[in-house]
Design a protein around this ligand. Structure first.
Ligand SMILES: [Zn+2]
Length: 601
């Protein structure tokens, strides 16, 4: 079994997880046999007894001595992100053994190492993943790229209803460039820090396929819209990586084929000619996880820019990673394979991880990776060969004689740049600074633009930023998920949430009631005050009203009172629950607690 570690890109031969319990502390040891020709073993431990992460690093030498090194090595955390290692190749790695003393641990290691060592005798070359990504994004224009046909929903619209002689590829038809599509493409190129090429040329990419009636796709080749951009991505470890964008170009989408079980295929040309943007990275990504994070961020930016819905199930955003391995230290790229048309982040992460393992196994066995295009089989969770990969020259690109070169005026580029919205990274930084929000809150709120704007509207309506953030993250998001609704589509207004929070703060209602009220506001858009009055939810916050209830409860439960006074103070929660029940949840919990303690202690 070969396992490729994503983070530090080394190839290991075997690994195990052992739980080591000592003096009340549980260590999770990840044990990896490395480079068996050197007969050494490394152990990393991850210790979280107090929420702090600590690291230790051990070697087992050939003489069986266990040596410990690098306690809390400062450079180590970037590498030792446990979950990354344990999620590889699908699924958690099971804990193989639990030991409670060092001798047993050493005995286990000897046994395990002997078994492992006997299997692997050859030297292992370390490989690193090299991954580039092409993302195809349909642009949210009203009409198609080169004709006036409407862009319709490819799932719900009746097939072949939004078509004309131009997008059906009839001879003699003349395409005309959609200005709005160019503007949308330009927004993306600018947001991705690209150099804009003012002189654009559309080219014909020649190939035949039943979903392409012209037998060529209008695309951009030698003179694309933009080059040399970059995007920073933040990994789970907190590390930031800059991914270079090689090019951003405009093209048109093809029709859609449906293969029928009973034989034959159906073609729908509604999608034919829909504006499509292709965003291509340099091969800068080093793991399946990085590829996933990058693709998610591109989707977020496209949605911020209002140029793509991000609805991957409908195929408006498709990801194609090209994947290879090369020996660590080598600058030469290995032979790559390309995964086509992945339409979920999960498929991207799993497909890429699978492909890296598949290639590693081939290379370790002394074989050669074949350059080809592969598909991802969702059911089998495996990649499969589709066809051998074409080279660019196979497409016989040439400038489309029907379309003059497109010159972008500097003034227009400046206008589009000036109208760009605030992008996620800037917004997150501003939320932390301006509203003193924790990084986590800022990130969650800025996840999509409409939520971020809703949040800001609530703050503008007088809400305390952290209070509003808490209500959004802890209560409103779960309502949105339950109801499968967006904040925008809900009748709830930001100022109404601010009012509700004020009613909790001045103790008119308690938290539990407030959550019920919020759920109703979310559904109906009614004001909090109106709902509270209608349901009689005003909190009972005066001691005179609550004291008789507390007294009655204690009188009726002498056993529980005795137990409490004998030291079973955990019963306080039970008493509180009884008072809340007796008041239909309307009692002020702080006051109830005070009254109970006064009576009991
Ligand atoms: Zn058309």
């Amino acid at each position: 079994m070969l396992h490729l570690f994503e983070k530090n890109s080394e190839l290991f031969v075997s690994w195990a997880l052992v739980r080591y319990e000592s003096e009340g502390i549980s260590y999770l040891l990840q044990i990896t046999a490395v480079l068996p020709d050197e007969s050494r073993l490394q152990i990393r431990d991850y210790l979280f007894p107090d929420g702090n992460r600590k690291y230790a690093y051990y070697w087992m030498e050939p003489d069986g001595q266990l040596r410990r090194r690098w306690d809390n090595a400062p450079h180590w955390p970037a590498i030792a992100t446990g979950p990354h290692h344990m999620h590889l190749a699908g699924g958690e790695l099971p804990v193989q053994s639990t030991v409670t003393n060092l001798e047993d641990l050493v005995a286990f290691l000897h046994e395990w190492f002997a078994a492992t060592g006997s299997v692997h005798t050859e030297a292992v070359i370390e490989y690193e993943p090299v991954i580039g990504l092409e993302i195809h994004a349909e642009l949210l224009t009203e009409s198609k790229m080169f004709c006036s046909c409407l862009v319709v929903d490819s799932v719900t619209a009746a097939p072949n209803t939004a078509v004309c002689p131009i997008c059906l590829g009839m001879p003699g038809m003349l395409p005309v460039i959609n200005r709005r599509a160019v503007e949308y493409a330009l927004r993306v190129a600018l947001a991705l820090n690209c150099e804009i090429q003012p002189h654009n040329v559309f080219a014909r990419k020649n190939y035949f396929y039943p979903d392409l009636p012209k037998a060529y796709q209008i695309s951009q080749y030698e003179q694309p819209l933009a080059r040399h951009g970059w995007l920073d991505i933040e990994l789970e470890s907190g590390e930031t990586r800059r991914i270079r964008i090689r090019r951003v170009h405009m093209e048109e989408d093809t029709g859609k084929l449906t293969h029928r079980h009973e034989g034959g295929s159906l073609v729908d040309f509604n999608r034919s000619g829909v504006p499509l943007l292709e965003i291509v990275t340099d091969p800068d990504l080093r793991s399946a996880e990085e590829a996933r994070v990058y693709a998610m961020k591109i989707r977020q930016i496209l949605r911020y820019l209002g140029v793509n819905s991000g609805d991957m199930e409908k195929g408006v955003l498709r990801v194609e990673p090209n994947i290879s391995l090369r020996p660590v230290g080598s600058q030469k790229l290995g032979t790559r394979t390309e995964l086509k048309n992945l339409n979920s982040f999960r498929a991207l992460a799993e497909g890429t991880a699978y492909e890296l393992e598949r290639q590693a196994a081939i290379l370790q066995a002394g074989g050669e990776v074949v350059q080809e295009t592969r598909g991802w089989h969702e059911g089998r969770r495996a990649t499969f060969s589709q066809r051998s990969k074409e080279e660019a020259h196979d497409y016989r690109y040439f400038p489309d004689p029907d379309l003059p070169p497109l010159a972008l005026a500097e003034g227009w580029i400046a206008v589009v740049r000036a109208a760009l919205p605030e992008l996620p990274d800037t917004k997150i930084a501003r939320f932390q600074q301006e509203f003193e929000l924790p990084a986590y809150d800022a990130r969650v709120l800025a996840e999509d633009r409409s939520t971020a704007e809703w949040f800001e509207a609530a703050v503008a309506a007088g809400g305390n930023p952290k209070g509003v953030a808490n209500w959004l993250i802890n209560s409103l998001f779960s309502l949105l998920n339950e109801q499968k609704q967006s904040l925008e589509a809900s009748p709830l207004q930001p100022a109404q949430l601010v009012r509700l929070i004020a009613l909790v703060d001045d103790q008119t209602i308690n938290q539990t009631s407030a959550k019920e009220v919020l759920a109703e506001m979310f559904q109906t858009g009614h004001a909090a005050d109106k709902i509270i009055a209608a349901r009689g939810l005003d909190q009972i916050s005066n001691a005179e009203a609550l004291a008789p209830i507390v007294e009655k409860l204690l009188a009726n439960n002498p056993d529980a009172v005795a137990q409490y006074r004998a030291g079973k103070t955990s019963l306080l929660g039970w008493f509180m629950g009884q008072v809340m029940r007796a008041t239909q949840g309307k009692a002020n919990p702080t006051l109830v607690k005070e009254l109970l303690q006064k009576e009991l202690d």
